[in-house]
Ligand binder design. Structure first.
Ligand code: S3P
Length: 177
């Protein structure tokens, strides 16, 4: 297993905000799969969904984490919310390093995403119903793919990051030094 830290979880659970802070704290490089896909294609995620379709986007996600697997260590990687749903992706993440599920309740997600039009899967219709259904379906897969489940509801960044770094240092670092 490589010694990267990988953040998984639902849209709006705080993967980017937490990831950037951990990277800064550890002196690691920060990578974000959505951002990498936008850079590589020159297209926004919502345009990729509308012009090329979801399967095309999912293939790009798999390609992106394969590329990251070739890059080595000392990265904090924030992943798109649907990425661990593909079994082959979950296996690649497991090899990439310490996988952390940032767990957030439906109401927290809804509050964080209110007014955000950048998530194609939540566009149109009843957001509460969509988030509820997708979260119920995905939760077991997030939990199965993770080495650590970090609760985010009602906690500060310091608390969440402290828990992740402590566990990472106990579980991963001694094996890699
Ligand atoms: C998605 C989550 C988004 C982005 C795309 C699909 C999903 O990333 O990859 O809109 O399937 O949950 P964030 O989790 O960073 O919002």
């Amino acid at each position: 297993m490589n010694s990267n830290i990988i953040l998984i979880g639902f849209m709006g659970c705080g993967k980017t905000s937490v990831g950037e802070r951990i990277a800064q704290h550890m002196g690691y490089t920060f990578a974000d799969t959505d951002h990498m896909i936008e850079q590589d294609t020159g297209m926004e995620i919502s345009t990729i969904f509308s012009e090329k379709g979801e399967e095309y986007f999912r293939d790009l996600e798999t390609e992106t984490i394969r590329k990251l697997a070739d890059k080595g260590d000392k990265m904090v990687i924030s992943t798109g919310g649907g990425l661990p749903m593909r079994e082959c992706n979950a296996r690649i993440l497991n090899k990439l390093g310490f996988v952390v599920y940032l767990k957030a309740a439906k109401d927290t997600v809804l509050a964080r995403l209110a007014g955000d039009a950048s998530r194609p899967l939540l566009a149109g219709g009843n957001a509460e119903e969509k988030v509820g259904r997708l979260l119920d379906y995905r939760e077991p897969m997030y939990e199965a793919a993770a080495h650590l489940i970090a609760e985010t509801d009602g906690r500060t960044f310091e608390e969440i990051i402290g828990e992740i770094v402590r566990n990472y240092e106990i579980i991963i670092k001694p094996q890699t030094e």
